[in-house]
Design a protein around this ligand. Structure first.
Ligand SMILES: [Zn+2]
Length: 479
């Protein structure tokens, strides 16, 4: 058999310091050989070979955002000055969701993803429920908006798992979706599954090495028990990752108890939705038995620290969940911030506030949560710098005043703590996905300098809010 096509591209990178292996450990003078989109070889303590691209600062595995709703980027700053709670925030989010058209959705998502790329994310799990046109009418291509999310990730250079979310009811009592919720809803579980099978077929046919499909049950509020089982079955049948929001708010737990006389976690478990392929998002309000169920299943738990604080959700029992056997990953969720460093440290800082104790999640565990575990939760063999893995990595410069103390004499754990607790998106200089540099020295390969990206994102946010305001009819441009 004669091989066809060109041989896979080879690239060589050199870093003076890098966190390599699993669990991550600090290595010096690291040469990374990349063949195609994977790390072919990794050597330590060597000098840079001729032609190697130098990565300044400290190299880490690329950050993974395991839970994103890209369109919610438009709400940043617009919902901070008002009072209220999760449910009043949700009304603002619904007004935006109800107003977006496909072009605006694509523009907003591609720019939100580009912002993520320059912040150090290499991979996103897009929890996608905005499937239909306003009123719940299917687009001519029923997966138009999902395909737009995939296109947005392609433009930004991010690896993506599109988590197509089943959403059928307006509450745990099974009432019909209302208002903007109708855009999220398929007719029934079977209709959702058929649409997802079509999406899966077209993504598989595209052969994209950076795009995958997963499935999701939005929550026990939106998915009745028989359809929860449909989601679990499709995930198992097609070997897909499965995600679900879990007990973000007390109100959801109360609704579930009233409708089903059991907790959301127990309802997921009964439907076959607690398994190692599953990621539950938030897991805020759990009973001790819920913690046992989730831990026993070896599911992942996705903490979204900045959003959970923003929406006054509460603090999840993350340490108990990890001790019970759950994996831990992180997500940006509502995009109230785009900052993988803040998501990682937020896990530990929230636990400190809730428990009065420090050092519950060590820096190396926070890094693994924000990289390796997120990749695993999204079905990718990435998040660890070692031969055979996907070559997704970031270089973080350490020459800014707020990172002083990160010199060569810093102990590895202190260096990592300094980066995660004091570092931020502006420190990220180079971002590489599947061996391809998508950000070089802070400049995105498609969207250019940070100021150019900011101007386009600003325009996209204004446009989206304008649509939402026009739809509300008050002309303020605010949803
Ligand atoms: Zn969410």
């Amino acid at each position: 058999v004669t091989p066809t096509g060109p041989p896979p591209a080879r690239r060589t990178f050199f870093a003076r310091r890098a966190f390599v292996g699993d669990p991550p450990r600090l290595a010096a003078d690291v040469v990374l050989e990349v063949e195609g989109d994977r790390i072919a070889a990794l050597a330590e303590g060597t000098s840079p070979p001729p032609g190697a691209a130098r990565l300044e600062g400290v190299v880490l595995p690329g950050f993974v955002d395991a839970h994103s709703h890209a369109f919610q980027r438009a709400l940043r700053g617009r919902v901070e000055s008002s009072a209220g709670d999760f449910w009043s925030w949700r009304e603002a989010m619904y007004a935006l969701a109800d107003a977006l058209d496909p072009d605006t959705f694509l523009e907003l998502a591609s720019l939100a993803y580009a912002e993520m790329a320059v912040a150090g994310y290499t991979c996103v799990g897009e929890f996608h429920y905005l499937h239909h046109a306003p009123g719940g009418i299917p687009y001519e291509d029923a997966n138009l908006l999902g395909l737009h999310a995939l296109e947005a990730a392609r433009q930004a250079g991010l690896r993506i798992t599109l988590l197509d979310a089943c959403y059928l009811s307006g509450g745990a009592d099974g009432r019909a979706p209302e208002g903007a919720q109708r855009r999220f809803a398929d007719r029934d579980g079977e209709a959702w599954a058929r649409r997802v099978e079509d999406l899966l077929a077209s993504v598989r046919a595209s052969g994209s090495p950076t795009a995958a499909v997963g499935v999701a049950a939005h929550s026990v509020r939106a998915v009745p028990p028989p359809a929860l089982a449909t989601v679990a079955a499709l995930g198992a049948h097609e070997d897909l990752v499965v995600h679900a929001h879990l007990a973000e708010q007390r109100g959801e737990v109360d609704e579930c108890l009233a409708a089903h006389a059991t907790t959301p976690a127990a309802l997921l478990d009964a439907a076959g939705l607690l398994t190692p392929r599953v990621t539950v998002v938030h897991a805020t309000h759990l009973s001790a038995y819920d913690v046992h169920l989730v831990g026993r299943s070896r599911a992942h738990v996705c903490a979204c620290s900045t959003t959970e604080a923003d929406l006054a959700d509460g603090v999840a029992p993350l340490l108990e969940l990890v001790e019970a056997g759950a994996g831990l990953c992180t997500g940006s969720d509502s995009h109230v911030r785009t900052d993988p460093f803040a998501e990682a440290r937020g896990v530990e800082l929230h636990q400190r506030l809730a428990t009065g104790r420090r050092g519950l999640h060590r820096p190396v565990e926070l890094l693994s949560a924000a990289t390796r575990s997120g990749a695993r939760a999204l079905g990718w063999d990435a998040g660890v710098l070692e031969p055979g893995r996907l070559a997704d990595l970031v270089a973080v410069r350490t020459d800014a005043p707020h990172l002083a103390g990160a010199g060569d004499d810093a102990r590895p754990e202190d260096l990592l703590a300094l980066l995660l607790f004091a570092g931020g998106p502006a420190d990220v200089r180079d971002v590489i996905v599947g061996g391809e540099p998508i950000v070089r020295d802070g400049v995105h390969r498609l969207f250019g300098e940070p100021s150019a990206l900011a101007a386009r994102l600003d325009a996209a946010v204004s446009h989206a809010l304008g649509l939402a305001g026009a739809r509300r009819g008050d002309g303020t441009g605010h949803p």
